[in-house]
Design a protein around this ligand. Sequence first.
Ligand SMILES: Cc1ncc(COP(=O)(O)O)c(C=O)c1O
Length: 407
Amino acid sequence: MLPYGHQSIDQQDIDAVVEVLKSDWLTTGPAVEQFETQFANHVGCKHAIAVSNGTAALHLAMLAADIGAGQRVITSPNTFVASANAAAFVGALPDFSDIDPVSYNLCPQALQANWQPDTSAVVAVDYAGQSAEMPAIAEFARSQNAVVIEDACHATGGQFEHDGNIFDIGSHPWADMTIFSFHPVKTMTTGEGGMLTTNNDEFAAKARLLRSHGITRDPNRFQGLTSATVGHSDSEIGPWYYEMHSLGYNYRITDLQCALGISQLNRLRSFIQRRQEIVEIYNELFADTEHIVTPKLRNPRDRELTSWHLYTLQIDFAAAGIQRTEIMQRLGQKGIGTQVLYIPVHLQPWYRENYGYAHGKCPVAEKFYTRSLSLPLFPTMENNDVEYVAEKVKIHLNQTATSTLVA
Ligand SMILES: Cc1ncc(COP(=O)(O)O)c(C=O)c1O
């Protein structure tokens, strides 16, 4: 079976995890800090805060930016629900602005047109690994005093070109905070896991504090407790002592996961190169195929910079005379796993019920969804796997729904 996404784990990854298992630390030990330092060095940012998953990192970003009730957060409808849910977690209003028909990322012009005075943050998603148009988005959002959060859960290790310079996702100047996910289908994995990166000291300090119950053990930050409040004096503050300064969460990640993360980070460059090669092969094989539109980069200079988490085709199923479910089933019978990414988030029942969103709010994303089919893409795919998938997709598309299956 060729699933739509799959992790690549080698002996080096396994050895790294086993080493932690034999050590004294399973959870927050030295590997967490090492992973954070190496990740920060990799993307070139000042702070990297490792957490239990990407959703937790999104939630922490909202809290760090003080987003809450009475504020609006605009994100892309073409994303996993977590990008929008994080705004709802903190009592803000999650809202959606339509996508660009080429990149399938937030359209800066639509964002500007949909802007409301209560908008306090934008969550720009790098769909499939292609960088959102961060300079344009940030320039406008900041002119309105909004915080810019980049949901780069699809784009770990990605870069982009702007005005002749190359920028790393996770450290460039057009995001105040950037969020990564290390779920197994992503470009590198820690099993479950996530990261928040930022160059802003205040956001970093808040996110770090809230990751673990709002508790600090840093003597420089102690407010001090008096004998009247806890029955002992400041002079009794000893090694056991800690203070809770905010209502935080347990969003910690384990040493086991971070050991895997360090090892995967060492392999990330090769994963991305292989993903780029596979995308090129698919693009060539599907070039000029009727009813199919292959993924396009808004900036062609990003060809060797994009980390490609997904390979998503746009297929005119109606014109091809076949239903998407049927082609997915047929491909499944041939050992090919496919996915539909994404159902526009504003059309999810919870969003419709709670915010009154309806079909027609984001027409480009809605049309994108009806035509979307993500094919297998992961670094251990062989060239002949890619050729096999492309061949079967083409054969099944060229048959009408009623014809006899011969492929
Ligand atoms: C765009 C996007 N944002 C956020 C998330 C949430 O990440 P996690 O599953 O690590 O919580 C995902 C995961 O699928 C995602 O694809």
